[in-house]
Ligand binder design. Sequence first.
Ligand code: PMP
Length: 338
Amino acid sequence: MAYYQHILETIGHTPLVKLNRVTAELPCTVLAKVEFFNPGHSIKDRMAVKMIEDAEKAGLLKPGGTIIEGTSGNTGMGLAMAAIVKGYKCIFTITDKQSKEKIDILKALGAEVIVCPTNVEPDDPRSYYSVAKRLAKEIPNSIYIDQYNNLSNRQAHYETTGPEIWEQTEGKITHLVVGAGTGGTITGTGMFLKEKNPNIQVWAIDTYGSLLKKYHDTGEIDMNEVYPYITEGIGEDFVPANYDMSVIDHFEKVTDKDGAIMARRITKEEGIFVGYSAGSAVAGLLQLKDRLKPEHLVVVIFHDHGSRYVGKIYNDQWMLERGFLHVKTVKDMLNARV
Ligand code: PMP
C-alpha cells in the first residue's frame, strides 16, 4: 500500500513544467516550479511547517499551544493546515480590506480570525501587527510566528525548494527568477543553489510601490518608494530579516498591470492556472530578455494557484476598472455581449 501518514507529508516535490508559449520570444528554455501542487495550494506550506517544527524543537510551542500570525494569505492557509495535523490552535489577525472569502477559508480550516483596521500605523495598538503581538503576550503557551523575521522561513527553502530544483535540473539551472516578499523563497533557494554553483544568477521580482529594489541597489531605505499597489504576495514597505541581499544578483520591478496580464496569459496559453505573482515573475523575466542566451536554463517559481484570484485578475470587470485590459480586449468583450 502506498499512502501518506498525514497531509503534511505531501508538501514539496512539486513538478517543473516547461513554458512553451508565453516565453516563446526568449532564446532559452524556461521551466516553472509549480508550487500550487502543495496541499495548501502554495509554496507557503513549506515554510509554515518548518516554522512550527522549529518552534517545537526550541520549546517555544508545546502540545495544545496557539499559533498567532498576522496574515490573510497563503501563510495562514499553510499554518492552519499544519496546526490541525499537529493539534494546535491558530489565531490570525488581518486587516479589514481583506475579502470575506479569505476570512472564510481560514475559518474553514479551524482558525480564529480577528479583523483589525487597515488605516493605522504599524505601531498603533489597533494594527493587525500590534494585536498579534499583544495576543502572543496575553495567551499562555502561544507563539507569534512572524514569517518576516523568522529565519525558519528561508531555511525551509534552503532545505527543500533549492535541492529539488538542483536535482530536477540535474545541476543545469543557470538562472532563478522569484517574486520576492518576505524574502524567504529567494534567499533560501538562492543560497542553496549558489553554494552548488556560484555562477547561477538569482533574479528577484519586485513591484512598483515597494522599497526592496532600491534597498538592494543602494542600501537605502527610501520611503518615497513606498505607495499602495495592487499586486499580491510580493514587494514590501520594510526589509524583512529573511533577506540576504548578497544572494540576489538583480531586482526587477514589474507593474501591477503587466503582472496581471501575464498571469492571465500563463493560464490561457499554458493551461497552468496561476496566481498574480507568477505573472509578475514571467513579465519581469521577459523584461530581462537581452541578458539571456540559448544555452541558459531558467527556473521561475509559480508561488500559488489562480483560484484565490477569481474575483480579481480573472474577473474582466475588475481588470477593466483598473485599466488593465487592452482596448482591443474591451472591444472584443463588448462585441461578445451584443
Ligand atoms: N507570491 C505569493 C503569492 C506569495 O504569497 C508570496 C509570499 N508573500 C510571495 C510570492 C513571495 O514569497 P516570499 O515571501 O518567500 O518572498
